[in-house]
Design a protein around this ligand. Structure first.
Ligand code: NAG
Ligand code: NAG
Length: 234
């Protein structure tokens, strides 16, 4: 919050110097938040050559990727606070939860690299939401939202398998039956199979309610209806 105010203050000073017109800081304008998850076995299969991908022993389901301020037109604000830095000490109390539910699967990096990236790129753009206005609240609120959404329950009937996949329609129907809205789905093709690597839900910025977001957002789904989608087992 403080950095945002500083940006506004600087912008206001510059505006006063240049002209009398009010300046609107557009960087962090957005329409909704996207709660994004990853399916670790699929991420590790598709990233195997690029990363030393390791799934924590206590992760057996979807893990958090991030909470992203997003726009209906599929653009999004990013890195909204150039003077901010990630402070691991500030989220010390959340480390057990972060390590379990929001792990960095890339073992060649520091665990904190993922959180730092997510906070600085996305979190700093959501500081207008009261419960996301500090680094600690960004992580605590996102962890709490994830617990509340309980996305694994939505996928309970879609059994992980290397041989049985599900049509895109079946996957979306399961998501819609549970949340009342479709999901944003990303896939990567690996050994001829479409692996679901990411899953996102659009939630409102005022009360984190899941809603059916703009069709343009679903238009960005990279999972295709032409072949089945797979969730590899852990
Ligand atoms: C990091 O967070 C801790 C705990 O909240 C705080 O005491 C410390 O001053 C912070 N460090 C920086 C550089 O902001
Ligand atoms: C964004 O999309 C949602 C859902 O379709 C709609 O309710 C909202 O008015 C849209 N916002 C803008 C700024 O277009």
């Amino acid at each position: 919050m403080r950095c945002l105010l500083a940006v506004v203050a600087v912008a206001a000073l510059l505006a006063t110097a240049a002209s009398a017109k009010p300046v609107h800081v557009q960087a962090n304008t957005y329409d909704f938040l996207m709660m994004v998850y990853q399916w670790p076995p699929n991420v590790c299969a598709t990233e195997a050559t690029a990363h030393n991908c390791v799934i924590p022993a206590d992760s057996h389901l979807f893990t958090i990727h991030g909470l992203w301020p997003s726009r209906n037109d599929t653009t999004y604000p990013q890195s909204c606070c150039s003077s901010c830095s990630f402070n691991a000490t500030a989220v010390q109390d959340l480390l057990p939860q972060l390590n379990q539910y929001w792990p960095n699967l890339f073992a060649e990096e520091a665990a904190t690299d993922f959180w730092s990236h997510e906070y600085l790129k996305h979190g700093t753009c959501a500081t207008d939401v009261a419960s996301l206005d500090t680094e600690h609240s960004f992580f605590a609120t996102t962890l709490g939202l994830s617990r509340q959404l309980n996305v694994d329950a939505a996928f309970a009937k879609l059994k992980p398998s290397t041989t049985t996949g599900y049509s895109l329609a079946t996957v979306q129907a399961a998501i819609k039956a549970y949340f009342g809205a479709e999901g944003y789905l990303t896939c990567e093709t690996y050994k001829g199979q479409q692996l679901v690597t990411g899953f996102g839900l659009c939630v409102t910025k005022n009360n984190f309610a899941v809603f059916q977001c703009d069709p343009r957002v679903y238009g960005e789904n990279s999972c295709k209806s032409t072949s089945d989608l797979f969730f590899l087992p852990f």
